[in-house]
Every structure is written in C-alpha cells, then in structure tokens.
Design a binder for this molecule. Sequence first.
Ligand SMILES: Nc1ncnc2c1ncn2[C@@H]1O[C@H](COP(=O)(O)OP(=O)(O)OP(=O)(O)O)[C@@H](O)[C@H]1O
Length: 355
Amino acid sequence: MARSATSARGGPRERGDTREEPDDVSPDETTGPPALAVEDLTKRFGDGDDAVVAVDDVSLTVERGSVVGLLGPNGAGKTTLIKCALGIVIPDAGSVRVFGNDVRDGRRAAYADVDAMLEGARNDYWRLTVRENLRYFATISGVDPDSVAARHDRLLDRLDLADKADTPVRDLSRGMKQKVSLASVLAGGAELVFLDEPTLGLDVESARTLRAELRRLAVEEGLTIVVSSHDMTTIEAVCDRVVMLSNGRIVADDTVEALLGAAASDAVRVASPDLDAETISELRERFEVVDVDRDARPPAMTVAAGGDRLYEIMDALRAAGVTVSDVRTVQPDLEEVFLERTGSDLGAGRGGDPR
Ligand SMILES: Nc1ncnc2c1ncn2[C@@H]1O[C@H](COP(=O)(O)OP(=O)(O)OP(=O)(O)O)[C@@H](O)[C@H]1O
C-alpha cells in the first residue's frame, strides 16, 4: 500500500498523492472527512442454511486521530469488518470510505495512508534484520527509508527492540517478532492503521509495552487506530471509543467512560472467613447474591445493594455473626458491559471457524 510519510493529517498530500478530492463528501474545514466511514456494511459467507452473516448492516465512523476498539467474542465479525474496510474482502452491501475516498472508486487513492496488521502478525522477512524490515516496508510504502530513519529508531526504542535492530527476525522470540510486525506497520508513516488482535500470544510485559506505544502514537502523533481484540485489557487501555460486536452487529458504540459509567454497579463484594455455605444460603433468602467466590481467601460474595440495601446487608451479616474483612463496590468492566448488552460473555463466540 503506497503512502506518503509526510502528508499532514487533513492537510495536503505531499508525495505520491494520486487522490482526487471526493465530490460528494463535504469535508469539515479543519479536520477533513473522517479517517474511516463504513455504511450499512453486510458480508455473508456461504449459502442457504450454512450461510453466516459475518457483518450485518454495520455503520461506523472513525474520526481522525481517534483510537477505536472493536470488541467482541470469537466469530463476532471483527476481522471480517476490518478486511472489508481494507478492501481484502468485498462486502455484499454497503460502502467504505477511507479519508473520504470511496474504495470502489480506486483502491490506490483510498489506501494511500493506510496499513494493517492482520490476525496478530504480518509477513516480515525473517532473513532480514529488524531494521532492514522497517526500511523495506517504508520503501514499498513509497517512502525514502533514510528520511524516516529517526522514526524507525524511535519505534525500535519504544518497543524495546533497539538492541535487536541488527538481528535477523528469524532469531527473535515470538513476542519480539510480533513487536517487529507492529513496527513494520508503522514504518512508512501510515495515518490510519488497522490492528487485528495485536497482543495475540504476547507475554504480559510485551503486551504492556505494545499497548503503551499504541497509546503514545495516538496521543503524541495523532495516529488513527482501529484495533480489534477480544482482550478487553488492550481495548480498555488503548481506545477512546469501543464498538462492541456480537453476531456481526453493533451492540454498543461509545467512549470507554460512558460504557463503564452506564454500567455503574450497585453490587458490593463482601469478604469474610465466616462466609460458609449455610450463612450464604440464609442471606440468599433476603438478598440477591449474584456471585459467590469460595476459593477466594477469605471467601467472598457479591450482593446487589441498590438503595439502602447496603445497610441491611451489613446488619444481616452482623446478626449472622459474620465478621467482615473487606467490603467494596464492584467496579464494572467492559466484559460486564458486554454481558449486560448481549446476555453472553466475551468468551462465548459463534464457535468453530470454517476457514
Ligand atoms: N472466509 C470465510 N469463509 C466462511 N466463513 C467465514 C470466513 N471468514 C469468516 N467467516 C465466519 O464469519 C464469522 C465472523 O468471523 P470473523 O473472523 O470476522 O470474527 P472475529 O470477531 O474476527 O473472530 P475472532 O476473534 O475469532 O478472530 C464467523 O462465524 C466465521 O466463521
């Protein structure tokens, strides 16, 4: 995908710019058209009873400089949506505009400033060193690699790859290879990147480094990122906005804060060594016990505590001779928001992938 490393976001393209101004989009004076506008997109696989509607009438706008997360269980349609946005999969219906350019009018113009890492990896050249890969991918993006050498150094540094710059990729660990994949995606200065499961298979430390770098790129460099994952830690840490997908449809689309705020929990988690089965079953008769964790030390239970119920719960515990070690409000996470909206958890996908 050819692209210019120097084109200002929303400003004039400076090099290799073959794009024409779209005629039926009215760009905002200051920001221009959104980085991505998907409208009424549908993609079906298979026929008849075996047909799967992978993406079902989805509309989505990604503003420039924003970081949007696609969150959903296996088979929710995240990858298909990204592939349609990238023109790798042709949708059955709907349209995709990238920086205002309808991809049906010409892929070169639409994808000039776009790059992607699909299914957690990218085809780096394993015989080339890390730095050679970055220079290669910058070159095929239409960018003189010498002009972006400082950017490459910075990327390698931030991703903890600097001391591996001259090591062939084949000699790196899996986590490092994945970080090289990300660096390669960013090597030519794309303005919009799609990252499909970027932390797939990464150890905790590498995943943290990668998340921090994505956040930095967004905040400091204004990179527009669409990231898909069923790992809500990544989505929560990196994204401004979350689009939740279930069975190909959008079930929520809002900022992380708004989604978590709307799911504000009235539940409290009470921990005590005195919480035995008998006490819990007595409490169940009066209160809504939503979860019991007998393996916790000390054992704990989560109880719905709307209104003044917290006082009643504490009174009942005292009356039952339970000495409370800890009591805290349960903070909802995106997993719970998803559960609330769909009735299923993020781990519950559509099942086997026929690919
Ligand atoms: N090439 C294909 N042929 C047939 N069915 C497909 C194909 N690609 C995807 N599907 C089906 O479309 C649905 C959505 O799949 P998709 O890979 O987009 O989901 P996903 O949310 O990215 O899942 P995961 O998190 O597992 O990557 C699934 O039921 C999948 O089996």
